[in-house]
Design a protein around this ligand. Structure first.
Ligand SMILES: Cc1cc2nc3c(=O)[nH]c(=O)nc-3n(C[C@H](O)[C@H](O)[C@H](O)COP(=O)(O)OP(=O)(O)OC[C@H]3O[C@@H](n4cnc5c(N)ncnc54)[C@H](O)[C@@H]3O)c2cc1C
Length: 411
């Protein structure tokens, strides 16, 4: 059987490894980190068929400009003179049209629903990652945001998703874990959630069981080329021969792709989270506090809060306390009885979402290099879309028809 090398052991790389190994391929994963704390570990754990509208959408430019001048806002582009940032910004602007949104919605819906089915299958095998189907509650406090969120809910309904529109009282009836101070909410019944660290642990154990070689702390530096194919992966621990390659390196994909003369426009969207352990007084339904764009996820006995999107660079390792204060303020405004203090710096996690300017992931065979498949750019939906991506990567490598139409996911 062919040998497939995967560059990047985040959730996209590991789910690709899982479905490839199941299909009988000999799989090797390389990751430069120790694979314990990257973007795929501290995220909010939401599985979101509800998120059918890509980030590149009309209105986002004006809203983004307004937010850029607010130090606690949920979205921010760190201004800097960079060719990559200017190129990304221009492409984002080009994609922020109603036509792009209309074409993207069914493509994202199909990918997310396929992923949810695959999560259900995995959960049936093993419940160690706390998969639950309670839906997602979009909570709001202002008429303006209510209008936007209800409009999105109606679009989702039009595309066949099950959505409830709730009054203030309707929200209190559903969210019984703690009191909410909102004017209403939209409940997406299609959504689910899990505990990301536990899922990563589960998938690593599965890979071990299937004899997948996982090389952590191994930096991929370059590639050995033979005509138009990659014949070897050059790492800081030596060279490895290969038949097929999957590039699943998240926010680092552009720098690795450059070694192959491929241009991928992805910028990191830095986000933060913190987790409170063993809280009894906590929200029971995963929610997004819409005005602050804060994600709240109950996970087993814990609760995780996540938010902010700072378009930046992968060397930006500082914690921006103002953005964190924005998250804490939203929690206290929406859940008045919860009383959360700003966490200490050691308890704050951050990760880099790999954001494409189209707001869509790239899942495709490369046009120039015949044995290279790209699986990257999943932005705020990488966990949600990972099993479907892994399955499609496997189908592409096996030259089979893909389970969903991937036309919108080309480079
Ligand atoms: C605050 C926050 C909340 C989020 N909430 C959700 C959510 O609720 N639901 C959801 O679906 N998504 C969520 N996301 C997004 C999700 O976490 C990401 O989309 C996902 O983790 C991306 O996975 P990935 O495998 O593409 O990238 P990563 O997890 O970043 O993995 C890429 C890997 O490539 C490795 N690598 C890079 N360069 C090299 C190299 N040269 N050699 C070897 N290895 C290399 C890196 O070390 C890294 O481990 C959230 C993100 C954040 C920040």
């Amino acid at each position: 059987m062919k040998k497939v090398s995967i560059v990047g052991g985040g959730i996209i790389g590991l789910c690709s490894a899982y479905y490839l190994a199941k299909e009988g391929y000999q799989v090797v994963v390389f990751d430069k980190s120790d694979m314990t704390d990257g973007c795929s570990y501290g995220n909010a754990g939401m599985i979101v068929p509800s998120h059918i509208i890509p980030m590149a959408q009309p209105g986002m430019i004006a809203q983004g400009m307004k937010w850029m001048f607010d130090s606690q806002s949920p979205f921010y582009v760190k201004p800097r003179l960079s060719y990559d940032l200017i190129k990304w910004g221009l492409q984002f602007y080009k994609h922020a049209t109603p036509q792009h949104v209309e074409k993207s919605m069914p493509a994202l819906r199909d990918l997310a629903l396929l992923s949810k089915e695959l999560f259900q299958d995995l959960d049936r095998e093993n419940h160690s990652f706390f998969y639950e189907e309670k839906g997602l509650l979009m909570l709001y406090k202002t008429d303006k945001v209510a209008e936007e969120i209800q409009h999105e809910g109606k679009e989702a309904q039009r595309l066949g998703l099950e959505v409830d529109f709730l009054s203030k009282e309707g929200v209190s009836k559903l969210e019984t874990g703690t009191r909410t101070d909102v004017i209403g909410g939209v409940h997406y019944k299609s959504d689910a959630h899990l505990y990301p660290q536990k899922f990563m642990q589960f998938i690593k154990e599965e890979l071990k069981r299937m004899n997948v070689a996982v090389h952590s702390n191994t930096l991929v530096k370059d590639f050995r080329m033979q005509n138009n194919t990659i014949s070897g992966i050059i790492t800081d621990k030596g060279e490895f021969a290969t038949d097929e390659v999957v590039l699943a390196s998240g926010s680092w994909s552009p720098e690795i792709a450059k070694k192959l003369d491929i241009n991928i426009s992805i910028l990191p969207g830095k986000g933060y989270s913190f987790t409170l352990n063993n809280r009894t007084d906590k929200p029971s339904i995963p929610s997004i506090l819409c005005e602050g764009k804060v994600a709240v996820t109950p996970m087993s006995t814990d609760i995780r809060f996540g938010g902010t999107m700072e378009i930046t660079h992968t060397n930006d390792l500082k914690i921006n306390q103002n953005r964190l204060q924005g998250i804490v303020n939203s929690i206290n405004d929406f859940y008045p009885d919860l009383k959360i203090d700003r966490p200490e710096e050691k308890d704050i996690w951050f990760g880099f979402r790999p954001c494409t300017p189209s707001g869509l992931p790239i899942i495709a065979r490369d046009k120039k290099i015949s044995n290279l498949v790209l699986a990257t750019g999943h932005a705020m939906m990488g966990l949600s879309l990972a099993p479907a991506t892994g399955k499609i990567v496997t189908e592409i490598i096996s030259n089979k028809a893909t389970s969903v139409n991937t036309q919108m996911f080309q480079l």
